[in-house]
Design a protein around this ligand. Structure first.
Ligand SMILES: [Fe+2]
Ligand SMILES: [Fe+2]
Length: 215
């Protein structure tokens, strides 16, 4: 467990987050139950990461004139299926009529994103193809992402509980120049996969090609 997560988990309760953030939601009374539902789906560390991503998305939306509700919502829900077993993810995707594609089958690390996109409507009742798509590609990237989807991609990488060499540089870049940050983070994630000699998801390859050609 990293030091920050350890510190948080000693004193942060769901109600604390609610007091801090509920005002950004149109129906603040729903925020408590939304947080509780998120907390019930994922472990403590992933919950803190999700709140960190929520926080980062709110800041980006406020700075760059996007809808804070939509931004915050996908920040909070993007990893809702992260801690599910592979068997549970495939079972749920089958049940929702959205089985994994042939391309996705070889990349279990991204399955949670595919299921999270489906759960947005199926479990949380939010019908928004745009937001679902942002969740769907949050770990791979993809060609033609909306600004909100690109925000989610970068916020996921630099939210406050993230700790890795170089995160500070990306964090500064995300808030000063999110478009450049998006491309740098996409390249960094791809380089990381290549350095481990692991296969790259085709969506990441397509995204890199798309954005390095000026999209
Ligand atoms: Fe994720
Ligand atoms: Fe995440």
């Amino acid at each position: 467990m990293n030091p920050t997560t350890g510190l948080f988990s000693n004193f942060v309760k769901v109600s604390d987050f609610s007091c801090l953030y509920a005002g950004h939601f149109p129906l603040s009374t729903d925020f408590d139950s939304l947080l509780t539902r998120v907390e019930n789906h994922i472990g403590r560390e992933r919950f803190l990461h999700s709140v960190g991503t929520y926080h980062t998305m709110l800041l980006l939306a406020q700075m760059y004139g996007k809808d804070p509700f939509a931004a915050g919502l996908i920040g909070l829900l993007h990893d809702i299926a992260h801690d599910f077993s592979s068997a549970k993810i495939t079972r749920m995707l089958e049940r929702y009529g959205a089985p994994l594609s042939g391309e996705d089958l070889k990349f279990p690390q991204i399955w949670h994103a595919r299921l999270g996109a489906v759960m947005l409507e199926a479990v949380f009742g939010i019908h928004s193809p745009e937001l679902a798509s942002a969740i769907r590609v949050h770990s791979t990237g993809a060609p033609g992402m909306t600004p909100l989807a690109r925000f989610l991609f970068v916020a996921d990488y630099v939210e406050p509980t993230r700790h890795f060499d170089g995160v500070e540089r990306f964090r500064k870049m995300v808030f000063s120049d999110p478009d450049t940050a998006f491309l740098c983070i996409l390249e960094d994630k791809i380089n990381h996969v290549r350095s481990k000699q692991l296969p790259l998801h085709p969506d990441s390859v397509r995204a890199l090609k798309f954005y390095t050609k000026g999209g």
